[in-house]
Design a protein around this ligand. Sequence first.
Ligand SMILES: CSC[C@@H](O)[C@@H](O)C(=O)COP(=O)(O)O
Length: 353
Amino acid sequence: MTLEAIRYRTGSLQILNQLLLPHQTVYDDIRSVQDAYEAIKSMKVRGAPAIAIVGCLSLAVELRAGAGGDDPVTFIRESLCHLTSARPTAVNMGRAARELMEFAENESMEKNSEQLRESVIAWIEDMLERDVNDNRKIGNYGAQHILSGVPRDSVTILTHCNTGSLATAGYGTALGVVRSLHTLGRLKRVYCTETRPYNQGSRLTAYEAVAEGIPATLITDSMAALTMREMHITAVVVGADRVVANGDTANKVGTYQLAIAAKHHGIPFYVAAPSTSCDLSLESGRDIIIEVRPPEELTSINGVPIAAPGIEVWNPAFDVTPHQLITGGIITELGVFLPSELQAALTGRLTAL
Ligand SMILES: CSC[C@@H](O)[C@@H](O)C(=O)COP(=O)(O)O
């Protein structure tokens, strides 16, 4: 069974409200671009690919109802600009916005408003299918690469945050690799970090693992180095919000320290991400804007205070892992590449073996 985080039928969109998981399964209607903006900002839906897909599908819903009237291009441009501002670190929404805008502008040269709306909707609907297909390829490539280092054994993986069906159109990226290993009968266990402050690991990854019968153990973030030393971790596999040209990778805060600990223990560290999460326009990770989220995410849980009143808080949602620490490789739908090979691979100058 695979969780359905995004329910889309032409003209209607619902998302599984991830703020209520794992205790309640509630689907919220997304009727407009503004609904999607708020759902993304408040993290009812999160995960780089899912943010872009829900954002764009909300636009498709409005276009289906005739939004934009005689000037759909302006409506599309303003909507995409608004959606891109909701969460700045994940590149997927910005990239989809750029590509979709280019497509819409080209289409507008030869189509009337109604035809333009139809072709933009079709472009957006295609995103769902493309994402699931890409994730399955990432799962297979990643599993094969990890298993090539341990030809006969079952493997133990450590992962961070949530990168599964809930964070994508389905299957997942890093968790997709775990899923593929499990399907092959070669996954001994996955350790998932709690992922403070928002607990995507304990609330969401644990929920997916339990729902799908994947052998999983939850640890706090502070147990990661100890787990690497004691639990025979074969590889660390995480997702990405943005991979830049030199391979530096922004992902959920805490990823950087996992990469340092993995290097210390000689454990391969992999980033699993579709090419839609790659941004070759930025040279290095220093150029990535890191979203800083509200202090309440640290000082309370579900509204219950857990920190000393008056304490100051710094709450960056992501950190950047330098490419030198990504020792296993970057797993994409095109294959597995070293950070130094990424640019060539994404521009078609290098193909996977
Ligand atoms: C396939 S999801 C990849 C990343 O978006 C994921 O690892 C992550 O950092 C999610 O952060 P979140 O703040 O929950 O949106």
